[in-house]
Design a protein around this ligand. Sequence first.
Ligand SMILES: [Zn+2]
Ligand SMILES: [Zn+2]
Ligand SMILES: [Zn+2]
Length: 254
Amino acid sequence: MEDTMTSTDKPTPTPTPTQHRFMAAIADNGGVSANAMHLVGGRRLIRGCESNGWVAEEPKEGGHPGQIQHRLLAAGYQALGREMPAGHLGVRLITITCQDFMCYARATTVVAWKPLGSAGLNKAFCQTHADNWREVVANHLPKTAPIAEGTQTFVADGEGTQVGTCRHCGHYIYLYFSVAGREGNWWRESQWDETGRCGDAEQRTGGWMVWHEPATTVEDRDAALAATVCGRSEQHAMGDCRPAGQAAAGPAAT
Ligand SMILES: [Zn+2]
Ligand SMILES: [Zn+2]
Ligand SMILES: [Zn+2]
């Protein structure tokens, strides 16, 4: 049994009594909520459970478009103190932990700032610590953006660009700071990619339009990496696997 249920090594916090009741109801229901909103009566509690990697929102199987359900994840069973039933997928969400000292919460906000006379910097925080940090760096033009589902790290240039892995093609994809808060899917394979279309996936589907979208679980990411068209299974940018001249997208974002 793995002891690390999220992508970090920090321990998971303890559920509140209401969170416990919510997750127990899902567990009793076979691991998937029949009607999460009815169970809990509001979004806040659900978000708390989601941000800890205990439950994930997903499209409702057999439901009408836009209808959602909640699935209890491996970390959720662990937080409940229950064994995960045999046959349940041990889903592990891709998450980033708050970079504040001793905070174990999932990071939801990236703060980017620019110290005088030096390059930009960025850090990922939970909401509380993002607010704190904005005050700490208030004199250095702090800006914030939400961290997207599937973000696993940031480009090291301090600009706050989020990095995920496309669940269709297995390549690094990027969510640039200036578009991170916008509605819709803004993941791109490089800064020269204007459409976000996933060419490898479109070849496979024989012409259906497919867009790069991030894997949000470790399992989906690993499956995509094991099935890249280029044949490389270690993580890399689209620009690093095509012969020069053939790459429509130019070099990868640095
Ligand atoms: Zn925090
Ligand atoms: Zn892709
Ligand atoms: Zn490749």
